[in-house]
Design a protein around this ligand. Structure first.
Ligand SMILES: [Fe+2]
Length: 135
């Protein structure tokens, strides 16, 4: 079942491509679990997605700082707002158990955001950093 599979471009740094693929797979696994009609394991999977996203963003931000990426603040600002939203969505789910709202958020907002972010900020960041690092 690949109805939730995302299509996104590859960027010029391998570690970012690996993180994007892992993120997409965690989201897909969550949507597949939700589609089975069970809520078992969803809390753990959401915590895993949140922890992965924090680490994934921190790694990108480290490279941006190391290479003096000129619009670091803009890229980091988007990361910060995504993490805030993610934490609120997970907390809301844990408190209210609203599976429809969780599913809709993962399916639409998270998927759309990831594809748009990779195609814009991550592409530009990776191109800049790869040129500066000589990779
Ligand atoms: Fe990013």
């Amino acid at each position: 079942m690949n109805t939730h599979r995302l299509s996104f471009p590859q960027v010029e740094l391998d570690f970012m491509n690996r993180d994007h693929q892992e993120f997409a797979e965690l989201r897909e696994k969550l949507l597949e679990r939700i589609a089975t009609g069970t809520t078992a394991g969803i809390d753990v999977m959401l915590d895993e997605l949140h922890a992965h996203t924090m680490r994934h963003f921190a790694d990108e931000e480290k490279v941006m700082l190391e290479t003096d990426f000129p619009v670091f603040a803009v890229h980091k600002g988007e990361h910060d707002s995504v993490l805030t939203d993610m934490a609120q969505r997970i907390a809301h789910w844990k408190q209210h158990g609203d599976i429809e709202s969780l599913c809709h958020w993962l399916d639409h907002a998270v998927g759309d955001w990831l594809v748009a972010h990779i195609g814009s900020m991550d592409t530009v960041t990776a191109r800049f950093a790869a040129a500066k690092l000589g990779s």
